[in-house]
Ligand binder design. Sequence first.
Ligand SMILES: [Zn+2]
Length: 163
Amino acid sequence: MPRSEPAVCACPFCVAGIASAAFADDERFLALYDISPVLPGHSLIVPRRHVKSLLGLSDEELAAMMVFARRTTRLLTRVFSADGFDWAIQDGAAAGQTVPHLHLHIIPRHDGDLPDPGDWYPALIASEAATIDSRLRPRLTTAEHAQITEKLRAFAAADSDQA
Ligand SMILES: [Zn+2]
């Protein structure tokens, strides 16, 4: 017998206090440092409201998400001195989505950071799959995650001062 939906979403991107883990945010979106980065700088753009799919966003929300994601990508590119970046959305279980709350991966890239530039995607899949078994997944400690978030937050605040 399936239990009824809780009044408050129990997904990891809807837990109380998630916004305080963000290094940048606006009224609709959060930028979170990935707890298990496949490469340095790996971050997530997450809508504050629980929405499973990109297809569930209004046109206005989609536009706002792209602008916020680009701003965050600029920040990450600068802080990590990246030469490029990957964006990825896994939308639906068939596409490898493991957390049923829309999230865009941003992965800063450097020349020669992986044997083949395309190797980031298998690494992402392995990282997501290993969520189920944390022994397989090199995770940041809470302290490490807080430290990088604090650093990025300072850069993000400096950016908004200039705006
Ligand atoms: Zn959620």
